[in-house]
Design a protein around this ligand. Structure first.
Ligand SMILES: [Zn+2]
Ligand SMILES: [Zn+2]
Length: 236
């Protein structure tokens, strides 16, 4: 019996790689070729918002013109890679099993600065209730739950509410993105965490995260940092 059980434990079932769709004979979420490509982003970035390329160590023009309410943003993976492919599969192409895999990936590759100095609470960037009814998949909350567990921090899913059902940012030009999310968030009447980590799946211009951070700061949050699974450096 014992031999049978240990034999079963070593069985693996091939699954389709979450990024490229090829079979992974070892049953892991990503095939070997894609796993080799999964590396946290490197290279010179704006030290404040972590988007765009910035070679001189100074803040980018967006952060100079209008400093965000958050202290620092961390974008862990490049959207143009296996992580972005898996994220799109999970959100749009019927592969919800991507979400636990991406949550686990993010939890095991959290930036050191957050692990050494964790926030008191993790706040997912909220979706509007109407959008959740249309497509009941709350990716930011899923990721935030995993991050909170990884950091030993409290999850504060009601610290912010989305009060406007904004159009998806994808496909909008930069100017429209800022207009689209302005005033989209409302803080909770009570219980906004003093030291918050905002979590979202993708940052492009950072407009959504800036608007969410602004709402938290306006309600008394003393320190706000931002974490996104992926960053899209593409200009829309
Ligand atoms: Zn693959
Ligand atoms: Zn910046």
């Amino acid at each position: 019996m014992f031999a049978l059980l240990s034999g079963l434990a070593s069985l693996t079932f091939p699954v389709d790689c979450l990024a490229c769709g090829e079979l992974t004979p070892d049953g892991r979420a990503f095939c070997e070729a894609c796993r080799r490509l999964i590396e946290p982003r490197k290279g010179p970035r704006c030290p404040r918002c972590d988007t765009g390329v910035q070679s001189d160590g100074a803040p980018c023009w967006r952060c100079r013109d209008a400093p965000p309410a958050f202290e620092r943003a961390f974008g862990v993976y490049d959207y143009l890679g296996p992580v972005g492919d898996a994220l799109r599969g999970g959100k749009y192409h019927g592969r919800p099993e991507a979400l636990p895999a991406l949550g686990a990936l993010l939890r095991t590759t959290l930036p050191e600065a957050l692990r050494l100095d964790p926030p008191s609470a993790v706040v997912p960037v909220p979706l509007h209730p109407a959008r959740l009814r249309r497509r009941p998949l709350d990716v930011p909350r899923y990721l935030a739950t995993s991050v909170a567990r990884g950091l030993g921090a409290r999850l504060a899913p009601r610290a912010l509410t989305r009060i406007r059902d904004t159009r998806p940012q994808a496909g909008l030009c930069e100017a429209d993105r800022w207009v689209n999310v302005a005033g989209a968030f409302s803080p909770a009447a009570r219980g906004v965490p003093a030291d918050a980590l905002l979590v979202d799946d993708v940052a492009t211009t950072g407009a959504t995260l800036r608007a969410a951070a602004q709402a938290l700061a306006g309600a008394g949050a003393q320190r706000i940092r931002v974490l996104t699974l992926a960053v899209s450096d593409r200009t829309p």
